[in-house]
Design a protein around this ligand. Structure first.
Ligand code: NAP
Length: 285
């Protein structure tokens, strides 16, 4: 396994397992499978509603907690200082742990400064080993990195061959923030897994498109957290350390960039309204 070193010296595995859209019913089995094939980093979130199952799997695996790098994210409806602090303590309980390796603010909306101050305090109390953000595109990233007491150590953003985040990456480097890719395969959108350029590169090394994509991100210094519910794919996505893409391969992949999200833009006001509506609806429940 390769590691990146965060601004505070903490080492984070460059490859982990993500559990977005893994149902409560399947999550414990999936995380146990992932740990069994060798993953030692798990990425969950309050809004995935599977933290408890992740916690159960880790406890059941018998693997020393210190060997596992655990990430969760605070959801918008828990923003503001007090609520964010309380929600992280609740996440810890669900995850059956007395510390979390990395906690991120999931979205750059609502009172994220209040929420971030809660993360800073929990970090200083020793309950979190590292803190950061997610979906903070360069304008928001520069803002929080400049005005917060502790700079975010990680920013988790959509990154895959069709949306490579070249400019965002430069801003992250400037502020010493590690780039973590969400949806490293773009969830397969844009016919990602049958992309001809990626297939041809894979053939040279006897590797799949998925492996080529992940290897490309590792060589860019990016942390990846692919999701799969299939054990053989989990193992395949981990089998990346016996080949190296050439500069020519890297350039061929660079040419696939559309500089456009395969999902939605966080700068689109209609999408911000969508998030607001979701928070309102959940309050009503
Ligand atoms: N911060 C955020 O806002 C945010 C947003 C999205 C995701 N994330 C994080 O990033 C993680 C990964 O992103 P994601 O789950 O959205 O998408 P992804 O990892 O890009 O893609 C997952 C899809 O690829 C398929 N797949 C996985 N490995 C494969 C392989 N070797 N060959 C063929 N197909 C394969 C999976 O199918 P099967 O499961 O059927 O194998 C699934 O449909 C999430 O789980 C989550 O932890 C964060």
């Amino acid at each position: 396994m390769d590691y990146v070193t965060l601004a505070n010296g903490v080492k984070m595995p460059q490859l982990g397992y993500g559990v977005y859209q893994v149902t409560k019913e399947e999550c414990k089995r999936c995380v146990l499978d992932a740990l069994d094939v060798g993953y030692r980093a798990i990425d969950t979130a309050q809004s995935y509603f599977n933290e408890a199952e992740v916690g159960e799997a880790i406890a059941e695996s018998g693997i020393d907690r210190k060997e596992i790098f655990l990430t969760t994210k605070v959801w918008i409806e828990h923003y503001g200082y007090e609520q964010a602090k309380e929600s992280v303590l609740q996440s810890m309980e669900k995850l059956k742990t007395d510390y979390i390796d990395l906690v991120l603010l999931h979205q750059p909306f609502a009172d994220y400064y209040g929420a971030y101050r809660a993360l800073e305090d929990l970090y200083e109390e020793g309950k979190l080993r590292a803190i950061g953000v997610s979906n903070f595109y360069p304008d928001r990233l520069v803002d929080i990195a400049s005005f917060a007491r502790i700079k975010p150590m990680v920013n988790q953003i959509e990154t895959h061959p069709l949306n490579q985040q070249i400019e965002a990456h430069e801003w992250l480097e400037k502020y010493g923030v590690i780039h973590e890719a969400w949806a490293p395969f773009g969830e397969g959108r844009g016919n990602m897994f049958s992309n001809h350029v990626l297939q041809e590169i894979g053939k040279k090394y006897d590797k799949t498109v998925a492996q080529v994509i992940l290897r490309w991100q590792l060589q860019r210094g990016i942390v990846v957290i692919p999701k799969s519910t299939h054990k053989e794919r989990m193992a395949q996505n981990l089998d990346l350390f016996d080949f190296t893409l050439t500069n020519e391969d890297m350039q061929a992949i660079a040419a696939l960039d559309t500089k456009t999200s395969s999902f939605f833009s966080h700068q689109d006001p209609a999408m911000v309204e969508w998030f607001v509506k979701m928070v309102e609806e959940r309050k009503g429940k």
